[in-house]
Design a protein around this ligand. Structure first.
Ligand code: AMP
Length: 355
């Protein structure tokens, strides 16, 4: 049990993308300041934060000065180098803690962790090098998906195997990086649970959302998701189990496949999650405020869903639709202020209240 940080305190955020931006807005609304640490110039979060440090994660002096300026540090991106975290943690608490990052940075460690909790994951095999590929394909079969152990996101670092013959090409496509081979899950649809845990161990989950991906990138999240009452309970219990096992503080996203045999965990993200953006217009307290509350040592807020919502990501040229979307009723626009529109780049999202 930890005392809440004082009002007016500074919350450091590693990463300055749209998640850091929306966390900063939520923090400001609760009377906190945010300080962004981001290697890239002009980060979207910089527009709404109290301070920004522009430096690489290898810059020890910049990290030390950043930590000295913060009362607690969190992150919006899980691939922060371990050495940077060591440096920060020597000066100021990091929430959620290191264990959640260690596990989610590596798909193999993550799968083993989830299995150790008794949760169902897709069948998987370790593929450290091309020599291990044959045995992995023999065990997992085809179709299958090869995923790099580290640094994969939005469908990147993945190659599909239609048949066993695709194995060598798939490994080469991923730059010969250590990987896992995952059996193809025949799911009916995908859902996610956005869950939160406070410093006192209190757990709260938002209503699960149903997710549709296009080209490996989230396209829409719809709430309520198509789930039976039993599946809904299962999803929430699974998320709580993960949070408690990690002694987690903050918001975590759990992506699940829905199959006739039950729910299968695809992956976890130790941060606010794109599939939780609907909460901004569907709940009294959204995922960003919930995360800030947890990290600040506050009690969790009321995340009860009071509307049906469809969240749609605005990607690349979808920005051309903004003038038309701005005229639509029951529609809330959230734009990230990114200077340059690029194909595949998340530029904003829109939440439509459907009931
Ligand atoms: P990931 O980066 O692991 O979240 O994967 C991105 C998307 O690829 C998922 O949301 C699924 O649509 C699909 N996918 C990933 N793993 C599997 C699997 N084992 N079986 C079927 N589809 C998958």
């Amino acid at each position: 049990m930890t005392d809440p940080i004082a009002l007016g305190s500074t919350i450091g955020i590693l990463g300055g993308g749209q998640l850091g931006r929306m966390l900063s807005v939520a923090a400001a609304r609760l009377g906190f300041k945010t300080h962004i640490f981001e290697p890239g110039a002009n980060p979207p979060a910089g527009d709404v934060a109290h301070a920004v440090t522009t430096a690489p994660y290898e810059d020890a002096a910049a990290l030390a000065a950043f930590a000295a300026a913060c009362d607690v540090v969190t992150f919006e991106f899980e691939n922060v180098p371990t050495a940077a975290l060591d440096l920060i943690e020597a000066q100021v608490p990091i929430r959620p803690g290191r264990e959640a990052l260690r596990i989610s940075q590596d798909r193999l460690t993550e799968k083993e962790f989830l299995e150790s909790l008794g949760l169902t994951v897709a069948p998987f095999a370790d593929v450290p090098d091309i020599a291990a590929m044959e045995a992995a394909v023999a065990r997992i079969g085809a179709p299958a998906i090869l995923k790099t152990r580290r640094f994969g996101y939005d469908g990147k670092g993945q190659a599909r195997l239609r048949t066993a013959q695709d194995a060598a090409a798939a490994f080469a496509q991923m730059g010969d990086a250590p990987a896992i081979l995952e059996g193809f899950v025949d799911f009916s649809h995908e859902v996610s649970v956005i869950a939160a845990r406070s410093t006192t161990g209190e757990v709260a989950c938002f209503d699960p959302g149903e997710n549709i991906h296009r080209d490996g990138i989230l396209h829409t999240t719809t709430v309520p998701a198509r789930l039976t009452a039993a599946q809904r309970t299962d999803a929430v219990l699974m998320a709580a189990k993960i949070l408690n096992a990690l002694d987690y503080v903050g918001v975590l996203g759990v992506e699940l496949f829905v199959t006739p045999k039950g729910l299968i965990v695809n992956e976890i993200a130790p941060r606010v999650h794109n599939s939780g953006h609907w909460t901004q217009n569907g709940c009294m307290v959204d995922q960003f405020e919930q995360h800030i509350r947890a990290v600040a040592g506050w009690p969790l807020g009321d995340g009860t869903r009071y509307a049906d919502v469809v969240m749609e990501n605005l990607i690349g040229d979808d920005m051309d639709r903004v003038p038309a979307l701005a005229k639509q009723p029951d529609t809330a626009l959230h734009l990230y202020g990114k200077a340059e529109t690029k194909p595949g780049r998340k530029m904003g999202h829109v939440n439509r209240i459907t009931r």
